[in-house]
Write a protein that binds this ligand. Structure first.
Ligand SMILES: CCCCCCC/C=C/C(=O)SCCNC(=O)CCNC(=O)[C@H](O)C(C)(C)COP(=O)(O)OP(=O)(O)OC[C@H]1O[C@@H](n2cnc3c(N)ncnc32)[C@H](O)[C@@H]1OP(=O)(O)O
Ligand SMILES: NC(=O)C1=CN([C@@H]2O[C@H](COP(=O)(O)OP(=O)(O)OC[C@H]3O[C@@H](n4cnc5c(N)ncnc54)[C@H](OP(=O)(O)O)[C@@H]3O)[C@@H](O)[C@H]2O)C=CC1
Length: 335
């Protein structure tokens, strides 16, 4: 909680500065929304994604919700999925209201291929998708020697299996119908650097990086583009609960001060890259993983290497804090 407040404070500073210019006295969230849409409107035509139908896995929270918001605001019909119906319904309401665009939610568990297949069939019943964003993710800090098979499996299956089955579900339908398509996976810069203490996530994201290059070649002749983005730190509630649960866990990966651009990423910046990559204007880019991290991974503090100073007692407290966050999430799940 402390660290979320810190991230919020860093964000507030930027927002306050701009709020003086735009709307003095407006609540911070309202100013933020107005700034977000202004920036997007300057960057792209608001009809850029008209006619597109895009699934964003894990689109009910965090980066997935923000990306979905950007697509819908540029004319796309977005579909979001996750395991918590209430969270998804809230997100759909927010996306429709803020973007003025179209959004629908489906409950699905990307760790389960049958659940993904059912979701794809349900979506295709109303028309084909034109794009997929593999965004659903799972992660928590832990010394690798303490991980149980179930802990490893939870992370690997969400990231690696989920991205594979979702890509395959779309790809096979596009190929059968002779339709083009676009796939973008949301990775992390650890695909190049690795990271201590989040080894299953670093491994699984690297696997999806390999899938990106491989499928770009296999499906390129069929008109299917496959790319990925590798963000640096963009603070979200869930990611920070799982990756920065204690005062002691504030090291390189989740800190802004060693990013060469000296700040966290902004949602608008990620949205702009995603809108570009999924649009027809980007038709000659495939097989690439594009970093969006303010130069973080090149300056080398972008991992959790600094956590080697934690004691076993610190790790126990970290584990309890992370698991309290997971328990809170689980209360809302129906899949
Ligand atoms: C340079 C960049 C900087 C920033 C990079 C940010 C990169 C971001 C990556 C992210 O993806 S952040 C996303 C965070 N959001 C989530 O993780 C949402 C989804 N999370 C979940 O579903 C859970 O948190 C889960 C634990 C991953 C899986 O849930 P599931 O219901 O399957 O789990 P459980 O039954 O609760 O646990 C399974 C297994 O895992 C063990 N475990 C859980 N927490 C810990 C821990 N902290 N340490 C060690 N082990 C843990 C748990 O004990 C279970 O194992 P068993 O005990 O049953 O053997
Ligand atoms: N925040 C950051 O700084 C960075 C994030 N990323 C990546 O961005 C993505 C989003 O992260 P972020 O927004 O921070 O975190 P969130 O936890 O907010 O997002 C993860 C989303 O995935 C969904 N999800 C998790 N497991 C499953 C599952 N089995 N089936 C369906 N949906 C699932 C969750 O919903 P539910 O639990 O309801 O199923 C949630 O909406 C992740 O892939 C992450 O690795 C990459 C680099 C940096």
């Amino acid at each position: 909680m402390r660290l979320i407040i810190e991230a919020g404070r860093a964000c507030d500073l930027q927002i306050k500065y701009i709020s003086v210019l735009i709307s003095p006295g407006a609540p911070v969230w309202a100013v933020q929304q107005r700034i977000d849409w202004q920036d997007c409107a300057f960057m792209f035509d608001r009809d850029l994604l008209k006619g597109k139908r895009i699934l964003v896995t894990g689109g009910g929270t965090g980066l997935g919700k923000e990306i979905s918001m950007g697509f819908a605001a540029h004319g796309a019909h977005v579909f979001i999925c996750g395991r918590r119906p209430e969270i998804l319904e809230q997100a759909v309401g927010e996306i429709r209201t803020r973007s003025g665009g179209q959004a629908d939610a489906l409950v699905a568990n990307v760790r389960d291929p049958d659940s993904i297949e059912k979701m794809m069939a349900d979506i295709w019943n109303t028309g084909p998708l034109t794009g997929l964003v593999n965004n659903a993710g799972a992660n928590f800090l832990a010394p690798t020697e303490t991980l149980s098979p179930r802990g490893y499996e939870a992370i690997r299956s969400t990231i690696m299996d989920g991205s594979f089955y979702a890509a395959q579900g779309c790809g096979k339908r596009w190929i059968a119908a002779g339709l083009p398509g676009v796939i973008i996976s949301n990775l992390v810069t650890w695909v190049w650097t690795g990271s201590a203490y989040v080894v299953p996530a670093a491994m699984a994201k690297a696997a999806v990086h390999a899938m990106t290059m491989s499928l770009a070649v296999e499906w390129g002749p069929k008109g299917i583009r496959v790319n990925a983005v590798a963000p640096g730190p963009f603070p979200t509630e869930n990611a920070w609960d799982k990756l920065n649960p204690l005062v002691e866990t504030g090291v390189g990966a989740t800190q802004a001060d060693e990013v060469p651009l000296r700040r966290f990423g902004k949602m608008d910046e990620l949205r702009n890259l995603m809108i570009f990559l999924i649009s027809d204007g980007c038709s000659y880019i495939t097989g690439d993983t594009i970093s969006i991290d303010g130069g973080h991974h090149l300056a080398a503090p972008s991992t959790f290497a600094g956590l080697s100073k934690l004691s076993p007692e610190d790790w126990q407290r970290a584990r309890e804090a992370i698991q309290a966050s997971t328990r809170k999430e689980k209360e809302g799940r129906s899949a």
